[in-house]
Design a protein around this ligand. Structure first.
Ligand SMILES: Nc1nc2c(ncn2[C@@H]2O[C@H](COP(=O)(O)OP(=O)(O)OP(=O)(O)O)[C@@H](O)[C@H]2O)c(=O)[nH]1
Ligand SMILES: [Mg+2]
Length: 301
């Protein structure tokens, strides 16, 4: 049976294969066919430095959503490499309790090799999970470099998780991550320095001008589920804010534009690289060479 039909019959293996196709950079045809079915899911991004407890939190959120009868897809992105099997395995074990539940689908993604980059594969996976019919799609990414920003483009609600007693978390705050958070989580609230981190986040927030939504700050202890109900309540307040203000539509349009931009850029980059490799352009200054190659590609100015 072909993949589309199996997808329509709600076979989770069809979803898994569809995501693999997207990972290999061959998801275009499927996404085209399934796009009309998207736009229903609530999308929540969860980012933060390595080891803060994102997977543990994701697992707790899945449990919470299931107790409310909602189906959940989880995309867990591991940008490091295919070699970090430890991390992937760790996630599998932590999320294992949900494996036998048909209303939960968990997918770890390693990013290497995807033509549209990590962001492209992740965006495709989110669309596929949405089209498959999950009520909630959770996206977990390790906060390194640009990935936090990419998650904010994808998700309607972005949670930034931090942990006490680690310089990493303060670095993350300094690196412009304040602006993408809809909700801050201080996880490992059992740690003696948890309250200090909470105060640090508060004081950093005071240095910025906020208009509209002001990020909420929630303390959690993901391992034993403490504070997760407050986190869910904060997510729901943010959802309500998004729909009351019409911002949900704006975010959807932004996400769409961002994805189009990524796809178009990826294709242009490959054409450009081919053209540059094909011809050395010795003897030209770089400006002249850029003008020429752009005009060869039909992109003047
Ligand atoms: N003390 C304490 N430990 C926690 C808490 N939440 C998670 N942990 C532990 O922190 C470690 C890392 O948790 P993960 O959920 O794998 O963290 P992560 O952010 O997904 O890690 P990466 O995906 O590798 O970046 C695990 O050993 C967890 O058991 C908590 O609230 N308190
Ligand atoms: Mg993890």
């Amino acid at each position: 049976m072909d993949l589309m039909r199996e997808f329509d019959l709600h076979n989770p293996r069809a979803l898994a294969r569809a995501i693999s196709r997207a990972e290999a950079g061959r998801g275009g045809e499927l996404i085209r066919a399934l796009y009309p079915k998207t736009g229903r899911a609530t999308t929540v991004g969860l980012t933060g430095p390595p080891g803060v407890g994102k997977s543990t939190l994701a697992s707790a959120l899945v449990r919470e959503a299931r107790s409310r009868g909602r189906s959940v897809g989880v995309v867990s992105v591991d940008p490091s490499s295919p070699f970090s099997h430890g991390a992937l395995l760790g996630d599998r074990i932590r999320l294992a309790e949900h494996f036998t539940d048909e209303s939960v689908f968990i997918r770890s993604m390693a990013s290497r090799g995807h033509l549209g980059g990590l962001a492209g594969a992740t965006a495709d996976a989110v669309l596929l999970m949405d089209a498959f019919g999950f009520d909630l799609v959770l996206i977990e990414t390790v906060g390194v470099g640009q990935s936090e920003v990419a998650i904010a483009e994808l998700a309607q609600t972005t949670i930034v998780a931090l942990q006490p007693g680690s310089g990493d978390s303060i670095q993350v705050l300094k690196a412009g991550i304040m602006e993408i958070a809809d909700i801050f989580v201080v996880n490992k609230a059992d740690h003696p320095m948890a309250d200090q981190l909470r105060r640090e986040i508060r004081s950093m927030m005071e240095m910025l001008q906020w208009s509209g939504w002001v990020p909420e700050l929630v303390m959690t202890q993901a391992v034993d589920g403490k504070g997760v109900d407050e986190l869910v309540a904060a997510i729901e307040r943010h959802r309500a804010y998004l729909s009351e203000t019409g911002e949900v539509e704006r975010r959807r349009r932004d996400a769409f534009r961002h994805q189009v931009r990524q796809l178009a850029l990826g294709r242009m980059e490959r054409r450009l690289d081919r053209a540059l490799r094909a011809q050395p352009r010795d003897g030209l200054d770089p400006y002249e060479a850029a003008d020429r190659v752009l005009s060869e590609l039909g992109l003047e100015g």
